[in-house]
Ligand binder design. Structure first.
Ligand code: WT7
Length: 645
């Protein structure tokens, strides 16, 4: 490897690549100078019921309006199913399902998936679900999750998936915000040999969700669950007798496809809204280019459908491209830490897409568990969710990929719908730790704190200067919040919330969030959400939460807690608070450290100085900066002396 860290494009990949360096440059050039022409050329990758004549109509100023393909009509499920069957690929495998238990797996062909989607879609229509109604999906990683998504799309219902690791309270607040009329769940989920009580959680949540009139329950573990007469329906009983054909709803390109809640720096999670035409074009375009996807290849993204990665790169992108997409119910460490590679060999996976946190955890166990498996089918490796440190990148490259497989480090967000910055395997030389270059049609830039553009090799706030088809359109039910969150910090520009560095080669290095969002094992968490969970505890007066560096998870959750007068700190109370936050938000929000704070560093106007709290959590206490503006500078010394960890 040369000194500048550049890993050259592999000649054998470039020779057969879908997109070469020259082609990439030509695409980027056309996308920049003639976006309408470029995207008119790309829109044919999905099936239209009515071809759009208007292509791009977007404005990042004022009220912000983003429309793509606005007079087009389509149905996303037709692009993912019907047209593959029409072209004779009905018997090809669409979903390879690998259970938590290594002995359980299944294959579903495009024709079978189509039939199951149509049956559920018909059943949902009978329950009265109509176009634009919201349907909440709270399912484990079973085939039914993809069926439910596509069935919603079929009838024009807007799905809102809630990750199975969220608590009843988190589920309830998401259902309430978008007033879902139907919930699709399962008896239980399975993960790493343990059961997740989904129906029990759902029942708890539904106590405060009057909008939900019906619940469909998939049978997964088969355990007995309470079924409320008139509200709860067994999936099989409801669907098995339904016809296997279902007329797809004609949707406008700008009709909503789904809502997905994500955390921001303030307030409750936002319902990120994606629409149909642009999102589907983006999902197909990026899945094919970034993974250099070829018909017949087996593709595996290890994410959960509860996150955007699962939406775009387990379901919509791969299925739009006619791929065989692998859905994995389990975890990398069970029954042992060779599971990923065992599954790769078992299903002959060609393209493998996972998160840095998983790589770091596996790296800790050394090469043994990897080398026990052949992995010769692998061709492309991907990374997503957080910055990948060069050490983990190189381990992934050398040990997992045997220096044979290019790594695509893909930067994107729930809001962006799909990948924005990433190498293309046959077109862009890689650098360990860099997401490299923007995809054609993506225009990143760096600005300083005042919004002034920064040129050349430098670091700053990452913005995108113009729209791309997969961009979110609004925050569900709160367009002003959309404008405020993404377009007000730097007027006229989409602000990502990330910081980035651009090097002398024009390569992009994402440095992490610059707002009060933390990234715990690739899961996005608002510090404000954890704080409000903590202060909801009767013994807590005040709380401040920051991210801290964590070897495996990237960031951990560090909480400063001030107790009510008269309450004594204790180990028991610490455990109680950890359990409390898990119950309020879900296990993914488990605090890593709780420090008792008699006082918090505040300015004279009462604003908590998080900069100082971040430094203490990171154990960088010799660079606390100026503390003279604090109302009471002595609290800092106290916190430094009693830092935990
Ligand atoms: C945030 C978005 C992208 C889908 C999964 C997470 C961070 C994501 C990378 C990457 C560095 C990354 C950013 C971003 N992030 N991918 N390849 N390199 N950072 O989606 O939950 O919406 O989180 O994840 O900080 O803003 P999300």
């Amino acid at each position: 490897m040369p000194d500048d860290g550049l890993i050259a494009i592999k000649p054998e990949i470039a020779a057969k690549a879908l997109v070469t360096a020259e082609r990439r440059a030509a695409m980027a050039e056309q996308a920049a100078t003639d976006p309408d022409g470029f995207w008119r050329g790309e829109m044919g990758r999905i099936a239209w019921m009515r071809e759009p004549t208007k292509i791009k109509n977007t404005d990042f100023t004022g009220d912000v309006s983003i429309k793509w393909f606005e007079d087009g009509e389509l149905n996303a499920s037709v692009s993912c199913l019907d047209r593959h069957i029409a072209s004779g690929r009905g018997d090809q495998v669409a979903i390879i399902w690998e259970g938590d238990d290594p002995a359980s797996d299944s294959k579903t062909t495009y024709a079978q998936l189509h039939a199951r989607v149509c049956q559920l879609a018909n059943a949902m229509r009978k329950l009265g679900v109509k176009k634009r109604d919201r349907v909440c999906i709270y399912l484990p990683m079973i085939v039914e999750a993809a069926v439910a998504m596509l069935a919603c799309a079929r009838i024009g219902a807007v799905h809102s998936i809630v990750f199975g690791g969220f608590s009843p309270d988190s589920l309830a607040s998401r259902i309430q915000d978008s007033e879902c009329s139907l919930l699709i769940t399962a008896d239980e989920g399975r993960r790493g040999g343990r059961k997740v009580p989904l129906k029990v959680n759902a029942d708890e949540a539904l106590k405060s969700c009057p909008s939900v009139r019906n619940v469909i329950v998939a049978r997964n573990t088969g355990t007995a669950v309470a079924m409320r007469e008139g509200r709860d329906h067994e999936w099989a009983a409801l669907c098995d007798a339904e016809p296997t054909q279902c007329e797809p709803e004609r949707m406008n390109a700008e009709d909503p496809l789904f809502i997905l809640y994500t955390s921001g720096s303030t307030g409750k999670p936002k319902g990120v809204l994606h629409t149909t035409g642009g999102y589907m074009v983006w999902a197909s375009f990026t899945h094919e280019l970034v993974f250099d996807y070829r018909p017949g290849e087996i593709y595996w993204c290890t994410a959960d459908v509860g996150w955007v990665t699962g939406h775009t790169y387990i379901v919509y992108g791969p299925l739009a491209n006619g791929a065989a997409t692998l859905m994995f119910e389990g975890v990398p460490s069970w029954p042992d830490n060779g599971r990923f590679w065992q599954v790769v060999d078992k299903h002959q996976v060609n393209i493998f897409y996972t998160a840095p946190t998983a790589i770091r955890a596996l790296m800790r166990d050394g090469e043994g568990p990897v080398k026990k498996h052949k992995r010769t089918s692998l061709r492309i490796l991907g990374s997503v969710g957080e910055p990948i440190n060069p050490e983990a990148w190189l381990w992934y490259y050398r040990v997992v990929g045997d220096e044979r497989c290019p790594i695509v480090d893909t930067w994107w967000q729930t809001e962006t719908g799909g990948i924005l910055i990433s190498p293309l395997p046959g077109a862009v030389a890689q650098k360990p730790g860099s997401a490299t270059l923007p995809l054609p049609g993506v225009t990143p830039a760096l600005v300083d704190g005042e919004g002034k553009f920064l040129e050349g090799a430098t670091e700053g706030n990452l913005v995108i200067t113009d729209s791309w088809p997969g961009q979110m359109r609004t925050v569900y039910g709160d367009h002003p919040r959309f404008v405020q969150t993404y377009f007000s910090t730097f007027p006229g520009l989409y602000f990502t919330g990330d910081g980035a560095r651009r090097d002398a080669d024009g390569y992009w290095w994402i440095t992490g969030r610059v707002d009060d969002v933390i990234n715990v094992a690739g899961h996005r968490m608002g510090t404000a959400e954890v704080e409000s969970a903590l202060v909801a505890h009767p013994k807590v007066a005040e709380a401040a939460v920051v991210g801290m560096p964590h070897e495996l998870k990237g960031q951990g959750i560090y909480c400063y807690v001030t107790l009510n007068a008269g309450e004594e700190p204790s180990d028991a109370l610490r455990k109680e608070l950890v359990a409390w936050v898990r119950k309020e938000i879900g296990p993914i929000a488990t605090p890593d450290a709780i420090q008792w704070a008699p006082g918090l560093p505040k300015t004279r106007s009462g604003k908590i100085m998080r900069r100082i709290l971040r430094k203490i959590a990171a154990n960088e206490t010799d660079s606390l900066g100026d503390t003279s503006t604090l109302a009471d500078p002595t609290v800092v010394q106290e916190l430094v002396e009693n830092r935990v960890g």
